[in-house]
Design a protein around this ligand. Structure first.
Ligand code: ATP
Ligand code: MG
Length: 364
């Protein structure tokens, strides 16, 4: 019990050292005078490196952090800013909530306490839940449409076949052949839109077999795309997947990347086109509501023009495409297969860097 008693400095130190929130203390010159282990962890730098440094050096000239600290010195009030993007010394960027409180002596701000909470994970979970809802709703609608379209289509095809048998004139037979071919194409399209109902054949597979298969396919399909870099973690164990379906996933994403790079002359930002396939294990990762001790992350990265901004929110929907010959089904099939594997797929995209990341649970 620490109520009613003034917290002595050793308890205070004990509390701060064990807090999950990152805490930093700046003096009146905005130089760092204290930092707890959570903050070292978050900033991915040691206290020895950071103590005595100016706030600009610590927050790498982030203007929002700078403005908050200088405003507090002038106005002597607590300021909280949500979802600030902060670049770290390591080059990674994280999203944080930033709360700063002035400590006053003789009415002047002497020190400022900064508390930082990393919110990437919370944002990711909320976004993932939203994507799942969207995905389930779309699947339901598409299954309904597929059912409604396929019934009359079957009748249409059957009637065309009967008619074909009655006809003797070869020119007229060409018309029935067109009806049958187009009915088959439409039936195939709605099947793909609704997603496969085939049960997956899950077997332990080394994921690098799928990746290497795709590398060979892409190299032969696009001989001009010579720069395929691989960065595999060979220690990864086998993972229970449907090998053909997972190869399809990696192929659809890689094809999109290569098509975007080759189709866009302005993508040549001086750098040669590059497709990179990487794998790595990730500890403690939650997919949906299920926490996993270790999962497998596959990244497929390209340095092409990036996904058009107006398409970014809907690329996983069927029929979303910016290609004259595209069906817009590639990524919707990908999402369907990843969901059947209880995995997760995300992307980040900007000109020069698009990364599709697939997360799959490893057998515990
Ligand atoms: N790496 C990428 N770079 C730029 N744009 C991309 C990338 N990946 C996907 N896209 C965009 O997302 C859209 C949807 O992709 P999706 O694979 O679902 O369909 P598609 O490639 O257009 O057609 P299909 O795969 O059926 O041939 C693409 O048309 C493209 O605009
Ligand atoms: Mg595609």
């Amino acid at each position: 019990m620490i109520s009613n008693t003034k917290i002595d400095s050793s308890i205070c130190r004990y509390l701060i050292e064990n807090m999950e929130t990152a805490v930093l203390l700046f003096n009146s010159e905005l130089k760092l005078t204290a930092i707890n282990p959570a903050a070292e962890n978050l900033l991915q730098a040691s206290a020895r490196m950071l103590l005595g440094q100016s706030h600009e050096a610590i927050f790498l000239h982030n203007t929002e952090c700078h403005d908050i600290l200088t405003t507090i010195q002038q106005e002597n009030r607590t300021i909280t800013e949500r979802e600030i993007r902060l670049k770290l010394i390591t080059g990674n960027t994280i999203t944080i909530d930033f709360a700063a409180t002035p400590l006053t002596r003789t009415q002047k701000v002497s020190d400022i306490i900064v508390e930082i909470t990393q919110v990437d994970r919370l944002l990711r979970l909320a976004r993932e839940e939203h994507l799942q809802e969207q995905y389930q709703a779309t699947r339901q609608i598409l299954k309904g449409i597929a059912h409604e379209v396929k019934n009359p289509l079957g009748g249409l095809r059957g009637a065309a076949q009967l008619l074909d048998m009655e006809l003797e004139n070869e020119t007229q037979k060409e018309y029935t052949a067109v009806i049958i071919k187009e009915a088959d194409r439409l039936s195939d399209l709605v099947d793909k839109m609704a997603g496969s109902n085939q049960p997956l054949e899950m077997k332990p597979v080394n994921i690098h077999i799928c990746l290497e298969h795709v590398r060979t396919l892409i190299s032969s399909e696009y001989p001009e795309m010579v720069n395929i870099i691989t960065n595999y973690d060979p220690s990864l164990p086998e993972i229970p997947i449907d090998q053909d379906a997972m190869t399809q996933v990696i192929l659809n994403i890689s094809r999109n990347a290569v098509q975007a790079m080759l189709d866009s002359p302005e993508s040549s930002s001086g750098e040669p086109n590059r497709l990179q396939l990487s794998t790595r294990p990730v500890g403690r990762f939650t997919i949906g509501n299920t926490p996993h001790r270790t999962i497998l992350q596959i990244d497929i990265e390209d340095n092409g023009p990036g996904i058009e901004e107006n398409l970014q929110a809907k690329v996983f929907y069927p029929l979303i495409t910016n290609k004259p010959e595209g069906t817009g089904l590639g990524l919707s099939i990908v999402q369907n297969i990843i969901n059947q594997h209880h995995g997760l797929i995300e992307f980040t995209s900007q000109p020069g860097k698009t990364v599709f990341s697939i997360f799959l649970p490893l057998a515990e």
